[in-house]
Design a binder for this molecule. Sequence first.
Ligand code: PGA
Length: 252
Amino acid sequence: MRKKIVAGNWKMNKDLPSSISLISDIKNEIAGKNYNTKIIICPPATSLETAGVLLKGTNISLGAQNMYFEESGAYTGEISAKMLKSVGCQYVILGHSERRTIFNETDEIINLKIKAALKNNLKPIFCIGETLEERENEKTFQVIERQITYGLKGFTELEIETLVIAYEPVWAIGTGRNATPSQAQEVHKFIRNLLQIKYSSNLSDNLIIQYGGSVKPENARELMAQNDIDGALVGGACLQSDSFIKIVEAAE
Ligand code: PGA
């Protein structure tokens, strides 16, 4: 049985005081509850250190939204995997479509980032997904295959086991238009089959594949009830504790 993971990607929202207050709201919401679902929050970099302190001893894990692949040096504005580890991050979102499109991250760059994360014992939440144009041109499976092939190039099966994959169709992110449960399931199944062909059934049976793109309390249950959907990567709906926790409860 694969565990479900619900992760909140705060994106460029919440300064430090509002991060502290959201974390405290989430902690209050889940106090005394024993969820089977793994909960991860990914606040902006400026809130990570404080979040790391506030989450100590809780069942909420901390993730970052991005990092650079070099260890250290003259890379103004960048943050390394080791730095993220040092403030308590266990996860890092890599290859998010906003990074791919706005900041021109290629499959090769994402591959280097995954490599650096793994080297530092950070678990990547590796995002993949097609644009609307690609879907309309029936390129979805081709794009997913390319992103997986190049993104995961050179890694052993043992290394890939530590990853979480997030399927996020770009046309569903922040648009209010989620993929239907069957559209999402179809791609999740494709990803799982691909992992089986490229690696093994053991890997494809056990790897967690989250869905992301306009997940809300209203659609979360049905999406996560699909056979191959193991949780959600949530943007907009994670910025309020009640809607975020409703999604966790839907995963339960
Ligand atoms: P959304 O974002 O839930 O606001 O669509 C999801 C994501 O980008 O991870």
